[in-house]
Design a protein around this ligand. Structure first.
Ligand SMILES: [Mn+2]
Length: 191
């Protein structure tokens, strides 16, 4: 079964540059690595920190999640820092693994209880004891990664059509639940 995904980002009101960066990259064989990175502060400096983490994730996408977090933590010492949600999906094993550091949200539409959480911390400054959560998902489950510029209330919205395309859903969540006061990013992955 193929994975389909969509993503949408917009900068906070009055800014042309978003300090949030998202990434979805295919893995050798099967599966994807997805990330939402929110650089601290705003504008170009925030974006620089977030892009640095994204580059590391993209270039080493096959490596264990904990290693990716540790390497990016070292690399971001010279930046303002960033918070991150990092998700790997393997559709052959129906396996999902997640590590979140800082205020990045993840919500999973699934029949089984799949409720990953992020731990407090900041890449580049203070790494928590890493908590890697793994789950077996059901094909058809829908994963949503989002930055703190998006209200988590979307998950309670029964009027959202979660069967529309992942791209349309990502755009709709940002349009309805994005906060004007922050950069807003949503990545939707349909398994
Ligand atoms: Mn933010």
């Amino acid at each position: 079964m193929n994975i389909a995904w969509g993503a949408y980002n917009r900068a906070k009101r009055g800014q042309s540059i978003s300090g949030d960066i998202w990434m979805v990259t295919p893995l050798n064989g099967s599966g994807i690595l997805a990330a939402v990175v929110d650089g601290l502060g705003g504008g170009e400096e925030a974006a620089r920190a977030a892009r640095l983490a994204e580059t590391i994730f993209r270039e080493r996408a096959e490596r264990p999640l904990q290693e990716l977090i540790r390497i990016s933590h070292e690399a971001l010492h010279t930046t303002r820092g960033a918070v991150v949600g990092l998700l790997r999906l393997d559709p052959i094993q129906s396996n999902a693994s997640y590590i979140g550091v800082g205020n990045i949200g993840i919500y999973v539409y699934s029949r089984k209880p799949i409720k990953p959480i992020s731990k407090n911390g900041i890449l580049g400054y203070r790494l928590p004891t890493l908590l890697e959560l793994t789950y077996t998902y059901d094909p058809g489950d829908l994963f949503v990664l989002y930055s703190d510029g998006v209200s988590s209330q979307f998950a309670q919205d029964l009027h959202l059509d979660i069967r529309q395309s992942p791209q349309a859903l990502a755009e709709q969540i940002v349009q309805i639940y994005g906060k004007q006061s922050d950069d807003a990013t949503v990545v939707v992955i349909q398994t």
